[in-house]
Design a protein around this ligand. Structure first.
Ligand code: PRP
Length: 188
């Protein structure tokens, strides 16, 4: 028989980031958001979920599987000019959606809204494709850091201005797959 060592994803070691939002709280909120979205779009033929790479991949996966309405998945990738942990506010499109979203109802799915520049840019960019509607969903938002006013139609949690990792969020590509959202101290 093959012996397999299974690492429990719930295990938290001494070196793991301090928890800000635990797995159970995330699961419960994602379920609530999915319920609200399913209700709001119940009369739509199909909802196009646009996940913003990379950070939204886990949130999008969980949210999309809890929806009870017809939906399709698209991804988009952007890059912020800037260095270290602070963005300059200028956003560049790296990868557009693959499908045609003209006349479709679109929901942008973000992991985090920080300054708001990325979401503001994405709303404008996707609206230029002629969709029926564009709404926004984000798991977390740092209200204190907002530099532009951008509406988040479906929000998981407002959080303090701390560097957060886990559930898709990273610091220097680390800790994206941490099952909860934790706090780290950036080195720059
Ligand atoms: C994060 C996040 C948002 C953006 C929000 O992406 O996923 O897209 O920052 O910041 P803003 O509100 O200040 O514009 P990041 O640049 O860290 O890339 P990643 O998702 O690939 O980690």
């Amino acid at each position: 028989m093959l012996a397999v060592a299974i690492c429990c994803e719930n295990e938290v070691t001494q070196n793991d980031p301090k928890a800000l939002i635990g797995e159970a709280a995330i699961d419960a909120r994602v379920l609530e958001l999915a319920g609200q979205i399913s209700k709001d779009y119940e009369n739509c033929d199909e909802l196009v979920l646009v996940g913003v790479l990379k950070g939204a991949f886990i949130f999008l996966a969980d949210l999309s599987r809890r929806l009870t309405i017809p939906r399709v998945i698209e991804f988009i990738a952007v890059s912020s000019y800037g260095s270290g942990s602070r963005s300059s506010g200028a956003v560049r499109l790296v990868m557009d959606v693959r499908g045609n979203i003209e006349g479709k109802h679109v929901l942008i799915v973000e992991d985090i809204v920080d300054t708001g520049h990325t979401l503001q840019y994405l709303i404008g960019m996707l609206e230029s494709h002629g969709p029926a509607s564009v709404k926004t969903c984000a798991l977390v938002r740092k209200a204190e850091r907002a530099e532009v006013e951008v509406n988040v139609d479906y929000l998981g949690f407002d959080i303090p201005d701390e560097w957060v990792v886990g559930y898709g969020l990273d610091y220097a590509e680390k800790n994206r797959t941490l099952p909860y959202i934790g706090i780290v101290t950036p080195s720059d």
